[in-house]
Ligand binder design. Structure first.
Ligand SMILES: Nc1ncnc2c1ncn2[C@@H]1O[C@H](COP(=O)(O)OP(=O)(O)OP(=O)(O)O)[C@@H](O)[C@H]1O
Length: 329
């Protein structure tokens, strides 16, 4: 089946703010009106500064965070209107998650065999013998030797641990994996290996991947599509080559102009001023307080989506978009 595997439609997540460990009356707008989707074999890269809502979006996709409003669909079915048992089964088996730091995500007291068997035991997949075989297959899939099954996570290198985390995420044959900064805790020397593993798995298993990172160069290299987030909003979305090479939202252009090889011919734009608080986001466009093009119009409402007019689905939310750097056929 073509079409999205997981999609978020106009999803909002609002938290109650905490100060000094206590809940306050303030609301944190972690995710506002987010509409994104990921299809089979597709890599969706999500970029943006710290606190813009990337992890919140990841948690919504894997079902760890219920939306305050909006709809999360799996192959068209509205997940949060399903009975709880069906929803847990769908989220638990169809969407996997790889966290930033495998040394904290994996139980240090359990050998790798138990870590990989756990999801199979919980969801009662196959016989005991088939589960053991699946553990061997999973290790093979992520390029680890069979004897890794007997090791405790602490005996493995950072790269090997992250491979185990990927294997665990794959245990129940999910259709989508969410990887939240999966290489940022790793040595630079092994980052490429883990990224290449994810790309290979996408190709061999037809996995959809939501790849979240601060590192826009890596996202540009990996992703088919990129969603750019600012203060809880997706401000631009589309094919990676267009979003990176022909960014239309001023924030996206600033983000990608920091890496000259990505935005050929564009001037470097250095953003100044702090990111506003997610507790009191500015009216209208959230970027207007740092935008060199802002006018009164920008404070009136969040600009509606402007599609590029091509089939690619590139769109942005800005009333003063950046000019094209070159023509796109
Ligand atoms: N459980 C929570 N309670 C209150 N506020 C929260 C909660 N989780 C996240 N937030 C706030 O929501 C906003 C978005 O957070 P989120 O972790 O999604 O951002 P992020 O882009 O992933 O940041 P980073 O790159 O630093 O991980 C931030 O202002 C954060 O402080």
């Amino acid at each position: 089946m073509n079409g999205p595997v997981v999609s978020l439609e106009r999803v909002h997540v609002v938290h109650t703010a905490r100060s000094g460990g206590m809940f306050s009356r303030d609301k944190v707008h972690a995710l506002t009106d987010a509409t994104v989707s990921v299809g089979r074999g597709e890599i969706l890269g999500v970029v943006g500064e710290s606190g813009c809502g990337k992890s919140t979006l990841a948690k919504v996709v894997v079902g760890l965070q219920p939306p305050t409003s909006g709809t999360v669909r799996f192959r068209g079915d509205d997940l949060w209107s399903m009975p709880a048992k069906a929803r847990r089964e769908t989220f638990g088996t169809s969407v996997g998650m790889v966290f930033q730091d495998a040394s904290t995500a994996l139980n240090p007291r359990l050998p790798v065999r138990r870590i990989l068997r756990d999801p199979l035991d919980i969801h009662r997949r196959g016989t005991v013998r088939q589960r053991e075989e699946r553990v061997r297959d999973l290790l093979d899939l992520v390029g680890l030797p069979g004897h890794t099954a007997d090791a405790l996570p602490g005996r493995l290198s950072g790269g090997q641990r992250q491979r185990v985390a990927v294997a665990r995420a794959l245990a129940l044959e999910p259709q989508v994996i969410v990887a939240d900064e999966p290489t940022s805790a790793l040595d630079v020397s092994v980052r490429a290996q883990v990224l290449n593993l994810l790309v290979d798995l996408r190709a061999s298993l037809g996995l959809g991947l939501v790849f979240i990172s601060h590192d826009i160069q890596t996202v540009r290299y990996l992703a088919d599509r990129i969603a750019v987030m600012y203060l809880g909003r997706v401000v631009e979305e589309g094919p990676a080559a267009e979003v990176a090479g022909e960014a239309r939202h001023p924030y996206t252009r600033a983000l990608f102009s920091a890496t000259p090889s990505l935005l050929d011919g564009a001037e470097r734009i250095v953003l100044t001023g702090p990111v506003p608080s997610a507790t009191r986001p500015p009216s209208g466009c959230p970027f207007r307080t740092r935008c060199w093009k802002a006018t009164d119009e920008c404070s009136a409402q969040f600009p509606p989506s402007t599609p590029a007019g091509r089939e690619s689905g590139h769109s942005w939310h800005c009333v003063h978009p950046e000019p094209l750097l070159r023509s796109i056929p």
